[in-house]
Structures are given as structure tokens and as C-alpha cells.
Design a protein around this ligand. Sequence first.
Ligand code: ARG
Length: 442
Amino acid sequence: MSDVRTTVIELLGQLGSSREARQYLKQFSRVDQTRFAVVKVGGAVLRDHLDELASALAFLHQLGLVPIVLHGAGPQLDEAMSEAGIEVEKHNGLRVTTEAVMAVVRPVIYQANSALVDALEARGVRARGILHGVFKSHLADPEKLGLVGEIDEVELSPLSAAIRSGALPVLACLGESASGQMMNINADIAAQELVWAVQPHKVIFLTETGGLLDEGGRIISAINLSSDYETLMGADWVHSGMALKLEAIKTMLDSLPSETSVSITSAAKLTRELFTHTGAGTLIRRGEAIEWCASLPADRLARIERLVEQSFGRELRADWLADRDVSGWLVAESDRAAALIVNGVNGVPYLDKIVVTPEAQGEGLGAALWSALRARCPTMYWRSRTANPVNGWYFQQAQMSVRVDEWVVFGIGVADIDAFGPMVSDAKNREPGWVSAGEEGS
Ligand code: ARG
């Protein structure tokens, strides 16, 4: 236990916020030990970042979290094949595996597997290489593909036995038939089947890039499938490889409990991804709907009010809504993100309050709420204290902004500065709703 403590403290120091780290540690420890995570490691990561990989996995193991690691060995295989003078042949993305190819595949996969097991054990982590007995398969298309397997059944007992005995399972993408014929299995397909069988809390892809990239080559922090999927699939910059990946992840998440999320990150950033709200990589969730409600039932309103109070650190008056001309609320299903729209000058929507829990922010729910808001209110205005750290982001979103006293007033879709004038004076004089005549708040 004291070992674990030391490790935790080390982690907390690295990451800055001990509260966040503790919250995620608790969340990940709550699920059954065999269902914490499936981690799929690309062959290139295994080859080029073995140290970072082993230390990130060792760290989880020391915290009592045992991921199931599944690895490919694609680049290693390509290399070995060219050394052996065998041409790589693929069919629909599957490696055609003749007897001669299998003779190369087998030792390369064994080697990749034991490289990781050895690296873990060198760090004092018990690890178990699992090369057989999990993917029960039949030959997919012997004529065309040779010894490529199609999975019939995933046998989890070798994995849970390893975990129960305190060892971290390191699983290779090899299948076999009932009679013991060994088969080559595509790593993405193996990952999909494994995830389906394990139903883990987290699905983690460790890649060289460390996430999915947007138009400008930056890592997309979070994707909420329920609000972003259609838009992404329709975007001209989303190339076919990424579209396929997104589609596969969507299919995967659709069959898992709603709290399951996928993280695409790198070995070096895994710890930060797991133990902070903002993460480091791309988090993909099924996501939740953002609904428009003209009014809220009492219990829901009370929950949102509590969220507003927590996030502003102020108390709302019991009658704070009485003198507001409420147009409606945009609220996430889970009540962790909400925006209040009131009718402002000449009926133009005024964004009176917007709140998102830090955790939901990391999941991309803030961005989802904002796009719902933009779709609902092509024209709107709002205010924010000059010292509000969110202002940088507001300046990017707004087309107009004016600083008055302690406020910045922002506008979107406003025709011109003349039309904006009355909104600015309206915004700065609005009553914040807090208990004591407040200087704070918005
Ligand atoms: N630590 C949390 C998790 O692993 C949130 C991660 C957020 N990550 C991101 N790329 N936005 O589920």
C-alpha cells in the first residue's frame, strides 16, 4: 500500500492537480479489475517507444489498474519479410499469409511480445505474454488469404487468470483453430473483437501520432459522436483512413455501456490522458444529446442551479429567475452542461449563464453545447468579467466585442456596431442574480 501511495504522489506531482487524478483513479478502480481497459499498441510504438510504453503500463499496474494489452507487429513484419525476400501482399488490408509468410510472422510476433513482457518485468511488473488460446478462429478465405483467421470466439479465461494472479496480460494477434492450426489475425479486427468480449471501461489506442488530427494537423481533443459524427464524416478534410477509423470506433462504442470511452494517445502521454480532465490525445465518447427546454422541471432546475453556484462560487437568490424573460435552456442529458438564454434587447437572445463541469469539458461537452447554442441562436450577445480566463476563447468566437467597466460584452451575428450599442448597455446593466449585491459573476 505504501508503495502505491508513493507512486500516486509522484503522479500527482507530475500532473499538477491531485483532485483530478484521485477522481479518475477512483473511477477506474470502481469497475471490475478485468474490465478497466483494453490497450491496443501499434507495432511501431512497440518498436520505437518501448521505454515510454513499459513505464506507462508499469505505472498503471502499480496503481492496481491492470490493462489488457493487445499488440500488433506490422512494421516489424514488413521489415522481416523484406529481409527474407518475400513480397508483402495485402488483400482488403489483410496480410496474405502463406506458409512461408507464417514462418516469418511467428517469430516476429513472439519477439515483439516478449520485448514488451521483458521490459515490464525489468521494471518489476509481473507480465504474462499470451500467444495462444484467446482468439478461436477459422480460416477466413484460405484460397485468397492463406492462414488469415476470422475470429469465432474470444476466450477470456487466459486473460482473467493472468490478471487474478497479479500479472499484466500482453496479448498477441494470433488465433488458432480447434485443432491448433495457428492463424494470423489483423490487429484492428482482433482489437474490436476483444473489446466486444471484455466490455472495458476504457479503450485505448496508443499510436505514433497520439490522436486524431484536424484540418490544421492539430490533435482533436474530444469527439462527441452524437453531435460531431455526421459533421466529421461529411468534412472534406476527413480522409478515408480517418473516416474508416471513426466508423469502426462508432460501431464499437454503440455496443458498449454509455460510460465507456475511447482514448487515442501516445505511450508518453497516456498517464496525462487518463488522470486529467483535459487529457492529452483524442477522447471519443458516444456523447449525449443537448436538448432545448423552454422551461425546466424543478428537480432539473435545482441541479443546474447548483452547478451554476459551484462554478461561479456564488449563491443564487431564490427568486433570481423571477425578473428574467427566459427564452429557454440548452441542457446536456447528464445535466453537466447548460446554458440559459433570455430575451434581450429587441428580442435578440442574451446568453445569461453558461456552465460546464470541468470533467464534461474534457469530454468535449462544452464544445457540443456551444455548437448547439450557435445553431439555435445565429445572433446573440453575452458578457464576461474582464479577468475571466475564458475570454481568450470568447474573443475567437465573437465577431464583436467591447470593453465597458469591468465587463467585456461579446456579440455574434450582430449586423453592425450601431445595432451592437444597445446590447452593450443592456448587458453591462444586467442583474447577476447572486444573493449579496455582487461584484462577481456574470
Ligand atoms: N481522464 C479522462 C479519461 O481518460 C478524460 C480525458 C480527456 N481527454 C481528452 N483528450 N479530452 O477518460
